[in-house]
Write a protein that binds this ligand. Sequence first.
Ligand code: HEC
Length: 167
Amino acid sequence: MRLGPIVAATALAMFAAACSKSETTTSGESETAPAPTAAAAPSDEEAQKLLASLPAPYNTADLSNGKSKFALCQSCHTLPEGGANMTGPNLWRIVGAEAGEGRNGFKFSEALEESHITWTPDKLDTWITKPQDMVPGTKMSFVGLKDAKDRTDVIAYVMVKTGYKPQ
Ligand code: HEC
């Protein structure tokens, strides 16, 4: 009976030793723990790869500036496939699309519907410079983005985020 606690203590000590060994292993693993960060990296890498596939000058655009400039658009527009229409339509696969068509039933202005524009990056550039100049009567009430570099960056960001495929 008296040996009981001793055996138990020995077992405990061995267990503790085993434990601290396994802790070493664990902390060894946790040194590679930037795994979550590394796991997030491929999507950035993906974005950079996509960026490189864009036509010039969009292939050298600054995606993080594009993202921050997209703040000017995102009160009205979503980008992902199946994203909601809001004040403005969802923009999935916008490059190559006909202006004012589809977009899951979004109610476009007649002016845009009848514009017969096929969206290219350059046409998007003209569009966001001043929508009302390109399509008088459009209901996109956006004042326009004056800085050419900001426009390039935001268009590259939109292309990367809306499933652009090089032709
Ligand atoms: C105040 C809301 C608003 C803001 C801000 C806005 N848009 Fe729009 N956008 C609209 C509306 C509304 C339409 C539909 C216009 C029409 O039917 O005449 C539209 C249409 C568009 C279209 C054409 C879609 C199609 O299917 O033909 C594109 C592309 C677009 N916007 C991109 C942008 C980008 C990029 C920005 C930011 C730089 C932006 N918009 C900012 C409301 C907005």
